[in-house]
Design a protein around this ligand. Structure first.
Ligand code: ADP
Ligand code: ADP
Length: 224
């Protein structure tokens, strides 16, 4: 049984068929890159897998549970406690320090300030950001900001991190550094990573690639 899987996903937005028969699976601790041309349905697939978008048909299963069959409360709690999210940019709260940003998911989950900030400090150190704890997002570089965002996504030790073009706004040197640290942390924590990217150098950090083309996954999933 896979940790997270999708069978026969279809999703249209008005006349646009974003997904027209997509299968997917990721195991615990596995890093899978979803690749394909722009507009091929990668983000829609990611959103369906994360329970943010409801597919028109097909099934998404997390630990053998059908996401669509869960209550809204159950699905939201899953997203908060077992999933982590990283986007291309604009995800840090500008008024909070980097430390407070990383502690935020724990604070929202009811963890007290001291233990939340201790865990956040550990997560910042893991991403070589210890010196930036007191700085605001506006005072750090793009690469540093992405590392803060990833530290925040991992601070709850989720089972799956969804990352949509996490290095899309970075130069290749910073992009590779972000990927190196993300992969090391994910492997250490046994967190699965579902990564959307169109960059082969980024995908090279994954264990496996899945190609989405015109809303389909025709090629059999390739092992590295
Ligand atoms: P990718 O991530 O591969 O670039 P997307 O999943 O973002 O592809 O989009 C697939 C197709 O679905 C595109 O034609 C896109 O314009 C369309 N699409 C995605 N989201 C929406 C939406 N919320 N409303 C309308 N069309 C959308
Ligand atoms: P509708 O209003 O037609 O039901 P929405 O996309 O607005 O469609 O979603 C409604 C509800 O479906 C929301 O409460 C949302 O939490 C839930 N939902 C979101 N993603 C999924 C999913 N992948 N599977 C099932 N339900 C989902």
């Amino acid at each position: 049984m896979s940790l997270l899987s999708a069978d026969g996903l279809r999703k249209s937005f008005g006349p646009t068929e974003a997904l027209r028969g997509v299968d997917f699976a990721v195991d615990a601790g596995e890093i899978v890159a979803i690749m394909g041309p722009s507009g091929s349905g990668k983000s829609t697939l990611l959103h369906c897998l994360a329970g943010i978008v409801r597919p028109d048909s097909g099934v998404v299963r997390y630990r053998d549970q059908d996401l669509a069959a869960m209550s809204d409360a159950h699905r939201s709690s899953l997203r908060r406690t077992e999933f982590g999210f990283v986007f291309q940019f604009g995800q840090l709260v500008p008024e909070l320090s980097c430390l407070e940003n990383v502690a935020l998911p724990l604070r929202l989950g009811g963890t007290k300030r001291k233990p939340a900030e201790a865990a956040a400090r550990e997560a910042l150190d893991r991403f070589e950001l210890g010196d930036l704890a007191g700085k605001r997002p506006g005072e750090v570089s793009g690469g540093q900001g992405q590392r803060v965002a990833i530290a925040r996504a991992l601070v709850t030790t989720p089972k799956v991190v969804f990352a949509d073009e996490p290095t899309g706004a970075l130069d290749s040197l910073n992009g590779e550094r972000v990927m190196r640290l993300l992969v090391a942390a994910a492997k250490e924590l046994s967190t699965a990573v579902v990564l959307v990217t169109h960059d082969v150098r980024v995908a090279a950090y994954s264990d496996r690639e899945v190609i989405v083309r015109d809303g389909r996954t025709p090629e059999r999933v390739t092992a590295r």
